[in-house]
Design a protein around this ligand. Structure first.
Ligand code: HH2
Length: 263
C-alpha cells in the first residue's frame, strides 16, 4: 500500500504532493514500483495535527481519486479518512477501500457505508485522538489491549453488515504508543495476525524508527524496510509505506526465503 498524502502538514511528506497533478503522478509511480493499493489521504493524523473540515478534505482528495481512477492502474484505490461523507465521495470517484484510523468510531455512518457499498476496509487501533494521543499513553498489556480492541471493532463492523472477509486490521503503530509499546507490538505481531484477518502494518518513516536510528524522516527508509520484513515474517500482509520500491524489494527477498505460506 503506497501512501499519497494530499496534505500540507503530513509528518514525512506534507506539502510535497498537495497539488493534484503531483499527487496523481506520485500514485502512478508508486504502482510502477509495486504498490497494489494506493492510499489517498487529505487529513494528517500526526500527533497534534489540526482537524480538517469536510469541505476542505473533499477538495483535496476527490480530484486525486478521480485522476488516479482515470489512469486505469492495476491497483486498488484506498481513501484514508475518518469521515463517511469523504469516504462516500471517494467511493463514487473510484476508490474501493476505506482506511479509517478510528476503526469506525469517529463517524457513526461509516460502518453502514462500508457495508452498503460492499468495499474493503482497514480498522486501525488508536488510543485517544491524534491531538492528544502521545500524552502519556498507558496499557495493561499493549498487545492484549490492541487485540481486544480490534476484535471488538471487527465484531461491531460485522454487526453493521460489513462482511468479515472485507476487513483488515492494523495495530496502529505510533498512534498513542511509546517506543516500547511499538516495539512490543512488532515483537508480538503474530498475536494480532492470530485474529485471522490480514494485518496492515504502518511503520513507514515513523518517529520510533528515528528514535532507534537517530535519522530524520528522509533517512528512515532502511529502518522501515527492516520493520516490514520482520512484520511479514510475523504475519502482516499489507504494508502502508511511502518508499514502495525499497519495501517491495525487501519483501520480495524475504518472501522468497520463507516457506511458501510465510509461516
Ligand atoms: N499511519 C498514518 C496514516 N494513516 N493508516 C493506517 N491504516 N495505518 C497507519 O499506520 C497509518 C494510517 C500516518 O502516516 P502518514 O500518512 O504518513 O502521516 P500523516 O498522518 O501525518 O499524514
Amino acid at each position: 500500500m503506497g501512501v499519497v498524502n494530499v496534505t500540507p502538514d503530513s509528518f514525512s511528506d506534507g506539502g510535497v504532493f498537495d497539488d493534484e497533478i503531483a499527487a496523481i503522478a506520485h500514485a502512478r509511480r508508486l504502482v510502477a514500483e509495486g504498490a497494489e493499493i494506493v492510499d489517498v489521504g487529505g487529513e494528517s493524523t500526526r500527533p497534534g495535527a489540526a482537524p480538517v473540515p469536510v469541505a476542505a478534505e473533499l477538495e483535496r482528495v476527490i480530484p486525486v481519486v478521480e485522476g488516479v481512477a482515470g489512469l486505469g492502474l492495476a491497483a486498488q484505490i484506498s481513501i484514508d479518512t475518518m469521515k463517511a461523507e469523504v469516504a462516500a465521495a471517494a467511493l463514487d470517484a473510484g476508490a474501493s477501500y476505506v482506511n479509517d484510523v478510528t476503526a469506525f468510531r469517529h463517524d457513526p455512518d461509516m460502518a453502514a457505508l462500508v457495508a452498503d457499498r460492499g468495499v474493503d476496509c482497514c480498522l486501525m487501533h488508536m488510543l485517544g485522538e491524534p491531538r492528544t494521543m502521545q500524552e502519556d499513553p498507558r496499557y495493561e498489556d499493549v498487545v492484549d489491549d490492541v487485540r481486544a480492541f480490534l476484535e471488538e471493532r471487527m465484531a461491531r463492523a460485522v454487526e453493521a453488515g460489513v462482511k468479515e472477509e472485507r476487513i483488515q486490521l492494523d495495530p496502529g503503530i505510533g498512534f498513542g504508543k511509546t517506543l516500547e509499546h511499538n516495539l512490543e507490538l512488532l515483537r508480538r505481531l503474530g498475536e494480532i495476525a492470530a485474529i485471522g484477518r490480514p494485518v496492515v502494518l504502518g511503520t513507514s518513516r515513523k518517529s520510533f524508527i528515528g528514535r532507534l536510528t537517530g535519522r530524520d524522516v528522509a533517512g528512515r527508509v532502511h529502518g522501515t524496510v527492516a520493520t516490514c520484513v520482520l512484520g511479514y515474517e510475523r504475519g502482516a500482509r499489507v504494508f502502508r509505506v511511502h518508499d514502495v520500491a525499497a519495501v517491495h524489494d525487501g519483501l520480495s527477498v524475504a518472501a522468497a526465503t520463507l516457506p511458501p505460506d510465510g509461516s
